[in-house]
Design a protein around this ligand. Structure first.
Ligand SMILES: C[S@@+](CC[C@H](N)C(=O)[O-])C[C@H]1O[C@@H](n2cnc3c(N)ncnc32)[C@H](O)[C@@H]1O
Length: 387
């Protein structure tokens, strides 16, 4: 067996035994080649192992995923003709290979370094549903090497958790099946962390035809996100300056509003209901409106005499009524903890999926009225909007 065959055999074995950590291909054969380096890792897509190829250009990274068979063919072809150096890292060893002028290979076997082992486990931990890293780097979440920036760990977790939630919703519900293109609006998109990730997941990981628009009132953020979307060649992702309240919505299939302040969440839910969106997802921020409107008495007043508990009660009442109003308007709603409080205080998520079932609106309205009476809530802004 020549050295090249020995190398291929090591790749096959590491894949079979699930000890493949990373393969890097460098030193392009062609002078002036645009792709300087290719980094290949193993990822899971739909519970199947795939090779994820990150092609490193001088200004950007492009990721493409292949099933194991196609990926292996591509690796062989690239090692034989496109790159002169290959470094295979498995859990047990590091093999450095060099293609010589006569086309033969020289291999050097070394013990695995801790560094790569660590990066593999780190990689496994974040075996995320995202396909690309370039926009995460542009947004300052990852550094140039693709590692999470020091103060961005929580945001990175939040992004991945959000995409996992969307993935779970799409798997369990047929609400968005077959819609082509899928039109999504992100209300109060801010710096676009979750907007970009959602686009990457739906477009690149799930291969869906989508059109995603972020609505944001701050022009600087709209300009920043537009620039990053252009650089990433996310053609169906756009950002528009405007307020949630004034935004005219045509047909939309899904609406998200993550951490939109106070009643901006209500405005977003209202727009989603009016646009007959099949899916509405929001993660409320502060809850000032209901708090100001609460005039408690009796036993409830014992609780709300304490500022922080008043705040918590207002939060519970606001979000419960939001979830009930969504039910009243034909949605199956759910409220859960989005991400642990250890990572963010804004951790409640409300999801609502359009449902064709019969709704007992009188019963739901009574629940709302009873809640309002118990907590002395004079007005819930979303209810006013929908009235
Ligand atoms: C806390 S940030 C959240 C950003 C992003 N959704 C996220 O979760 O990372 C809230 C964003 O919503 C924007 N925003 C708040 N109220 C808005 C409104 N009424 N119309 C449009 N944008 C709004 C703010 O400018 C801000 O960028």
């Amino acid at each position: 067996m020549d050295q090249f065959e020995a190398l291929i055999k090591e790749i096959y074995t590491s894949v079979r035994e699930d000890s493949f950590a990373k393969l890097t291909l460098s030193k392009p054969s062609e002078v002036g080649a645009k792709i300087k380096k290719v980094i290949i890792r193993m990822i899971m897509i739909k519970e199947k192992r795939h090779f994820s190829f990150v092609s490193r250009y001088s200004t950007k990274d492009i990721t493409k995923n292949f099933n194991v068979e196609d990926g292996t063919d591509k690796i062989i072809q690239m090692m034989q003709s496109d790159y002169e150096i290959a470094n295979l890292f498995t859990n047990e060893q590091h093999i450095a290979a060099e293609r010589l002028e006569d086309g033969s290979f020289k291999l050097k076997r070394m013990e695995q370094s801790t560094d790569v082992k660590n990066s593999r486990s780190h990689d496994k931990e974040k075996q995320s549903l995202l396909s690309r890293q370039d926009y995460l780097k542009a947004l300052g979440i990852l550094n140039k090497k693709g590692h999470i920036q020091k103060d961005k760990g929580d945001k990175y977790k939040q992004i991945n958790k959000f995409v996992e939630i969307i993935d779970g919703i799409l798997r369990k519900n047929k609400a968005l099946d077959g819609i082509d293109p899928l039109r999504i609006v992100d209300m109060g998109s801010g710096k676009g962390y979750l907007t970009f990730a959602l686009y990457d997941y739906l477009k690149n990981t799930k291969s869906k035809n989508i059109s995603l628009k972020g609505i944001e009132m701050r022009l600087d953020l709209v300009e920043l996100c537009t620039k990053i979307a252009k650089e990433a060649e996310f053609d169906q992702l756009s950002f528009e300056q405007g307020t949630i309240q004034e935004m005219a919505l045509d047909k939309i299939d899904a609406l998200i509003a993550l951490h939109a302040c106070d009643t901006a969440t209500d405005d977003a839910i209202y727009k989603g209901i009016k646009a007959n969106a099949s899916l509405i997802i929001c993660s409320p921020c502060c809850h000032k409106q209901v708090r100001r409107s609460m005039k408690t008495s009796g036993t409830i007043a014992s609780i709300t005499q304490f500022g922080i508990l008043m705040e918590r009660q207002a939060e519970l009442v606001t979000d419960t009524i939001r979830a009930l109003l969504l039910q009243k308007h034909g949605y199956k709603s759910n409220v859960f903890e989005f991400i642990s409080t250890e990572h963010t205080g804004k951790n409640i998520m409300i999801t609502a999926i359009k449902d064709d079932g019969v709704v007992d609106t009188t019963k739901i309205q009574k629940e709302i009225d009873d809640l309002k009476a118990l907590f002395g809530v004079e007005e819930h802004y979303l209810e006013t909007l929908l009235a």
